[in-house]
Design a protein. Structure first.
Length: 370
């Protein structure tokens, strides 16, 4: 018997920049001319039905005018489209258009678009480059840093996917002006989550300036976008592959993702996360960390952002408990929660362990509180 060792050690630099500004499609075109995607001349623009007429079609026109080949690939807007079936549809459409490995994907939209497009880019032709052009506050807060790409299935959320870093991310603050008020509120949930887990001073700023934020005052929106990126970057830089510390970014998501799915996506992602943040805060208080006043501060701030903090009456509580077990933090069949130790700091339960095992009885008790 022979054994042959295949040595494939390598160092990969997946660094990229995030540009925050206003009306950035022209800057994207200039960056492509400057070599952002190397010598690639063909671009697949992936978007959803909502963003398509607002940003994707104008971008396609600019790409054509700059002499690039480009095609638009769109799918129905909403979390329900973040599936393996949609991914396959996009791949088949690109194959029919003759796309091969000499292409680059440009994702134009919110988190569902960037999740799907990044996953497609990671597997199409065994990997092609991609660029994210984020048009929502939620995507700016959550999807701009980290490289997580995934799809949902009926049995689990975000468990089918990969880590895949973009060439660059553009956060177009002008796009926020086109968002419905409900979408702005939804995006604020991830922002408040970041403040709760990593920056008490940022939480204070959100309390002082929430009215200006909801009115999309440019100066405070730029500040907020930068703080979101800084907080998430500090975590991802230390733990790109979610081996420990990066779990803190799941604050509010154990209950939040379950509520979102059991609601059949009647709740937006941020609305569900807001409910999950309330649950995590109540669990923290029960475990002796957060004070009652701090829980109230979190709930009040979520409310000022136009977010729900209680589980809707139409949610089946038993189905919700069952759904908790599909969370990716579950280990050996046991529920695990990320909880704040105080506003601005996550509780740690041992070396590189930021999620605490919680019994189903305790989870039920907390859910009954909200």
């Amino acid at each position: 018997m022979a054994v042959f060792q295949v040595e494939l050690k390598k160092v990969v630099d997946d660094s990229y920049s995030i540009e925050i500004g206003h009306g950035l499609t022209g800057k994207l075109i200039r960056d492509l001319a400057g070599g952002l995607a190397g010598q690639i001349r063909r671009f697949a623009v992936i978007t959803d039905s909502t963003v398509e007429p607002l940003y994707a079609r104008p971008l396609i026109q600019q790409l054509w005018e700059a002499g690039y080949q480009a095609d638009l690939f769109s799918f129905p807007a909403g979390e329900k489209s973040k599936t393996r079936e949609t991914k396959a549809m996009l791949e088949d459409a690109m194959l029919e258009k003759g796309y091969r490995r000499d292409c680059c994907i440009i994702a134009v939209g919110g988190g569902v678009v960037t999740d799907l497009a990044g996953f497609v880019a990671g597997t199409y032709g065994r990997g092609v480059p991609f660029i994210n052009y984020a048009t929502t506050l939620l995507a700016a807060a959550d999807a701009s840093v980290g490289g997580k790409t995934a799809v949902d299935t009926p049995l689990a959320t975000n468990l089918i996917g990969m880590f895949n870093q973009p060439k660059k991310v553009y956060l177009d603050l002008d796009a926020w002006q086109t968002l419905p008020a409900r979408e702005i509120s939804s995006g604020m949930a991830e922002t408040i989550k970041h403040a709760c887990l990593a920056d008490g001073e940022f939480f204070d700023q959100l309390e002082r300036h929430m009215d200006e934020i909801m009115a999309l005052e440019p100066r405070i929106c730029e500040y907020m976008a930068e703080k979101n990126c800084q907080i998430k970057y500090r975590v991802v830089m230390k733990d790109e592959r979610e081996s420990g510390l990066r779990e803190v970014l799941n604050l509010g998501h154990t209950v939040g993702r379950a509520v979102e799915t059991v609601s059949n996506y009647r709740l937006l992602h941020g609305e569900a996360v807001a409910i999950g943040l309330h649950a995590a805060a109540e669990l923290s208080r029960e475990m002796g960390f957060l004070s009652g006043e701090d829980v109230s501060r979190i709930v009040r701030l979520l409310g000022r952002a136009g977010l729900p903090t209680e589980i809707p009456e139409y949610i089946d509580r038993e189905a919700l408990i069952k759904k908790l077990y599909t969370d990716k933090k579950v280990r050996d069949g046991k529920l695990r929660f990320v909880i704040p130790q105080e506003i601005g700091r996550i509780a740690c339960f041992g070396e590189n362990n930021y999620a605490v095992p919680v019994s189903e009885e305790t989870a039920r008790r907390v859910i009954a509180m909200i």
